[in-house]
Design a protein around this ligand. Structure first.
Ligand SMILES: [Fe+2]
Length: 469
């Protein structure tokens, strides 16, 4: 039997699937209409050299279309400069995998400056107006066709947002506006917060906040009135990474064990930094949700004790210890009173990552969260957490590695957890991946749709209602 590492990090050499109808064991509700589009790395070889970090594999989109209880599957690599370069046997400055080729040196000489950022947009997807876009943390984005997953070309924002490093996580506020941020290095490093209107694709900067470090900030969250960045003491050494995309940003990250983590609360209307309380240092990739509550701001996130998780996701560590060496993240609630006071309460003790809530409650008071459960050997599970009660229901199956879940509410639902949870997973025993459909109230499995082969582990995706199944 192949193990999870071999299957989940084994390169797919070419596009393998287009609009394949998957067999369904169980029943997918007929109201579920739209497509789950996920992103992630799927090729880790560059001309015979293997990527060193999970974050560096070549982007492949995966699409699960739903209509009348049927599931259709497509996957396709993004046709990017990075994809073309990999075919030529080089990398173009990814997260950790160094370039170091003659061609890269030549590029430096030609450009008299840092090499161009990679366009290997393998982390997330978003819809911006009529554009469907693949995203990573380098400031380049790639548009794709949401039906066929064909690459449409580079998506370029015009306008005045300076950007040395980007985010792949764009947060949709309760009013439908999308909020993102960019980081600039230099004498005064800053985070630049921007907004994209609900039906448009142009962005506008509404705040610039001085950064400490700068730090590696992966995600953001927006409520009715505020945008929130959480700045952990995982600093980016700009000297070490004169060009952050040159030799990979991982080498440039240093965790300051004495440092504190700072919450940056920015007024979305005025752009003013209204609070910046600090707490004992912790690291965070992902926010779960945030909301305003009686003058307080409540921020829920998956916190890690320190920055070790970033290195633990290197392919070398994963190859020897799989996910067992990855430290667990915990669901913590930070209640900010906006006068500098912060109160922390742990909402759940089990290890979690890749948390999510349904669209309708993002930025609003809510009760139920869904996440990948991570604290057992030989499997990743699924958790539904009652964040008010601090309790959870979990689903596990030996040898099954659940990826990021997405919760889709039933149209017309009046209960928060009326709907389904969609989660892709690797079935290590069967040596193939599958789509799992759960009842969002009970986590009872409603259906599983196996693929004919294993798909490498991905990162993030979104469910887009209204796309043809
Ligand atoms: Fe992420």
């Amino acid at each position: 039997m192949a193990d999870a590492y071999d299957l989940g990090f084994r390169s797919l050499d070419e596009d393998e699937e287009y609009d394949r109808q998957l067999p369904v064991d169980g029943s997918v509700p007929s109201w579920l209409s739209g497509a789950l589009i996920r992103n992630g790395p799927a090729n880790f070889e560059f001309g015979g050299e293997r990527a060193t970090h999970w974050f560096d594999g070549l982007a492949m989109l995966r699409r699960y279309g739903f209509e009348d209880g049927e599931v259709r599957y497509t996957n396709r690599f993004l046709r990017t400069d990075a994809y073309a370069d990999a075919a030529d046997g080089e990398t173009a400055g990814e997260f950790a995998t160094g370039g170091g080729t003659l061609r890269q040196a030549a590029r430096w000489l030609r450009a008299v400056g840092p090499p161009e950022a990679t366009d290997n947009a393998n982390v997330h997807v978003a819809r911006l107006g009529d554009h469907y876009v693949a995203l990573t943390e380098a400031p380049r984005r790639v548009a794709f066709d949401p039906a066929t997953l064909e690459t449409r070309g580079e998506f370029r924002w015009t306008g005045d947002v300076p950007e040395h490093m980007a985010t792949a996580h764009l947060s949709v506020a309760p009013d439908g506006e999308t909020v993102g941020y960019a980081t600039t290095f230099g004498r005064t490093p800053q985070y630049h917060l921007y907004r994209v209107p609900p039906d448009g694709a142009a962005r506008e900067r509404f705040a610039a906040v001085d950064a400490e470090g700068p730090s590696y900030v992966h995600d953001c969250v927006a409520t009715e009135n505020y945008a929130v960045l959480v700045e952990p003491p995982l600093r980016i050494s700009v000297l070490r990474a004169l060009a952050p995309w040159g030799d990979g940003i991982l080498d440039a990250l240093r965790y300051d064990a004495d440092g504190r983590t700072r919450f940056l609360v920015v007024d979305r209307e005025t752009g003013a930094l209204v609070a910046e309380p600090t707490v004992p240092g912790f690291f965070v990739f992902h926010h779960l949700n945030a909301f305003e509550d009686d003058g307080d701001l409540v921020v829920d996130l998956v916190g890690f004790e320190d920055g070790d998780v970033v290195g633990a996701l290197s392919l070398e560590t994963l190859a020897t210890e799989a996910f067992d060496a990855v430290p667990p993240g915990r669901l913590d609630r930070y209640r900010l009173d906006l006068d500098g006071g912060v109160e922390r309460s742990r909402r759940y003790d089990g290890g979690l990552e890749l948390p999510t809530v349904p669209r309708a409650v993002r930025g609003r008071p809510y009760r139920y969260a869904y996440a990948q459960a991570t604290d057992r050997r030989g499997a990743n599970g699924l958790a539904k957490i009652d964040v008010e009660a601090g309790t959870a229901v979990e689903w596990w199956e030996r040898g099954v590695y659940v990826e990021e879940p997405r919760m889709v509410q039933r149209p017309g639902a009046d209960r928060e957890d009326d709907g389904v949870v969609l989660a892709t997973a690797l079935d290590a025993d069967a040596e193939r991946s599958m789509l799992l459909v759960f009842d969002a109230e009970t986590l009872a499995e409603r259906a599983r749709a196996p693929l004919p082969h294993a798909v490498p582990f991905g990162f993030h995706g979104r469910f887009f209602p209204g796309l043809d199944g």
